[in-house]
Design a protein around this ligand. Structure first.
Ligand code: ZN
Length: 134
């Protein structure tokens, strides 16, 4: 079951500069920064009510975020939905013929298990499904 919008991911060139902008707009401070080595990204989170903004900066030229910035420039990168059982959701969506980037859950930032759906099968939007690690 999909429960809520967990966060919106935004690709940025410089996380410190972008944090200043989002902290000013939202009137809320970043509560966590974290490097995800496997994705070659540095992340920063700002809470807004039940949801979050996740800023993403590439830590290498091969990072998916570096590739995204070269292709599309700065801006919205993905939307993440909170689910109660990630494995069940992936199985359900696979049976409905959605293209999964990750067929099994993997470790993501902010203590989550995550998996991405390919934008080809979701009207051009990169969708992340995530579940709290128990
Ligand atoms: Zn995310």
């Amino acid at each position: 079951m999909v429960k809520k919008i967990e966060h919106i991911g935004i690709a940025v060139e410089n996380i410190e500069q972008s944090l200043k902008i989002y902290e000013e707009i939202l009137g809320s401070k970043c509560y966590k920064t974290e490097v995800v080595e496997t994705e070659a990204v540095k992340t920063a989170f700002i809470a807004i009510g039940e949801s979050k903004i996740e800023l993403l900066e590439a830590t290498s030229e091969e990072s998916p975020i570096a590739q995204f910035l070269r292709k599309k420039g700065r801006g919205m990168h993905h939307i993440a939905f909170d689910v109660d059982n990630l494995e069940n959701e992936l199985e359900r969506l696979l049976q409905l013929d959605y293209q999964l980037i990750h067929k099994t859950p993997k470790a993501g930032a902010d203590n989550k298990l995550i998996a991405f759906l390919h934008p080809k099968s979701t009207d051009g939007v990169l969708i992340e499904l995530c579940q709290d690690k128990i």
